[in-house]
Design a protein around this ligand. Structure first.
Ligand code: ASP
Length: 360
């Protein structure tokens, strides 16, 4: 890890922000020989954006020694990120985490679960074009993410949760999905509105933003995630042998079952029996919709009634990215079957919309 300081560090009574650079396009340059994008020394990022010196905050930065493309992100890197935040939690007023956009929704969702009782902003951002590109989106994303991380009201931070800022919108991180490989508007939060929007003014929608409890609980950092999990996406024609093979992966502890519409799946005897056997072995199966928006409503159709009966857990309106993160987090908590279901089905970090009146 290396620490760098911005020149405006000398001024003291301003919020201090730690930039954590893990890699991704935002810090990449083009190798003009091979035409491929490659990571470069993060110290140059401050040179590339001299505007950073004008922000009304103190900025320090820390970088992964070997920055990664976010396709190489994994749970060990999640731990590296939360450890940097933990070590610097008292010293800084806010954190901006720069990662590649490809797996940013997964990483930021996971980190929202790993940081409990967060009372400071942790803002993920990145870009579609490298910082040195003429038409780059990196400058706006980075500058506004820093502004958001340093925004206060009555002396307290406005944001106290893990967010993702991209192309003029601030989202709750665990509600996001990457929706475009080429548009600057690369992310969406289909089941929850943006927490802030950047236009001529930076507008916070305060009624949507998480408000921490008045009695300040200390930050708890969860560093153990269980990665014996798998996605099982249903499609017409999926065979029993495929389902059986997936559910028999040695050591498997959890499955994100990506179903149709409001949580529907084949109700053939074989398919249900395979799921039932897995549940009886202690494997947690979470029902998450393949749809971009909306929610699972188990029991609404005949094709989800049996899932409910055999003990499949209701993912409600959680994203797949957030569901896998929550699964990895809760699997380490040694919960009884009932408690696991209860914790999974309720909102822990704002990742689920509670609409209990819709229960069937
Ligand atoms: N492949 C890059 C990454 O996710 C893309 C990006 O940075 O947006 O690391």
């Amino acid at each position: 890890m290396c620490f760098l300081e911005c020149k405006n560090d000398k001024m003291t009574n301003k919020p201090s922000i730690l930039l954590i650079y893990t890699g991704g396009t935002i810090g990449m340059i083009k190798d003009y020989k091979t035409k491929a994008l490659k990571t470069f020394d993060f110290s140059q990022i401050v040179d590339k954006i001299p505007e950073l010196q004008q922000l009304n905050c103190k900025i320090k930065s820390i970088s992964f020694e070997e920055p990664i493309d976010s396709s190489n992100m994994n749970t060990k890197y999640y731990v590296d990120i939360v450890e940097i935040i933990e070590e610097n939690y008292q010293k800084f007023d806010g954190f901006v985490v720069l990662t590649g956009s490809d797996s940013m929704s997964f990483a930021s969702s996971a980190i929202s679960f790993m940081l409990e009782n967060l009372q400071k902003p942790v803002i993920f951002t990145g870009s579609q074009l490298p910082i040195g590109d003429l038409r780059t989106d990196a400058k706006e994303n980075l500058i506004t993410a820093i502004e958001i991380a340093s925004a206060t009201k009555n002396g307290a931070p406005i944001i106290n949760e893990v967010c993702l800022y991209f192309e003029y919108k601030l989202y709750r991180a665990n509600r996001t999905t990457k929706i475009s490989a080429e548009q600057f508007e690369a992310f969406a939060s289909m089941n929850f509105p943006p927490l802030a929007e950047s236009g001529v003014h930076l507008k916070f929608h305060e009624h949507l933003i998480h408000q921490p409890k008045k009695t300040a609980n200390t930050l708890i950092v969860r560093k153990k995630l269980v990665d014996d999990v798998v996605f099982l996406k249903i499609f017409p024609g999926i065979s029993d042998i495929v389902v059986k093979s997936i559910l028999n992966i040695p050591n498997l502890k959890g499955v994100i079952l990506e179903t149709y519409g409001a949580g529907n799946a084949p109700n053939s005897e074989n398919f249900i029996q395979l799921l039932k056997n897995a549940i009886n072995k202690g494997i947690k199966i979470i029902n998450v919709t393949q749809c971009e928006s909306g929610r699972v409503l188990m029991g609404h159709y005949d094709t989800s009634l049996l899932l409910k009966k055999i003990g499949v857990i209701d993912g409600k309106d959680i994203t797949s990215e957030s569901a896998v993160a929550k699964l990895m987090y809760l699997l380490n908590e040694n919960l009884s079957t009932e408690d696991f279901k209860c914790f999974f089905e309720k909102s822990l970090r704002g990742e689920i919309t509670d609409i209990s009146f819709l229960k069937v």
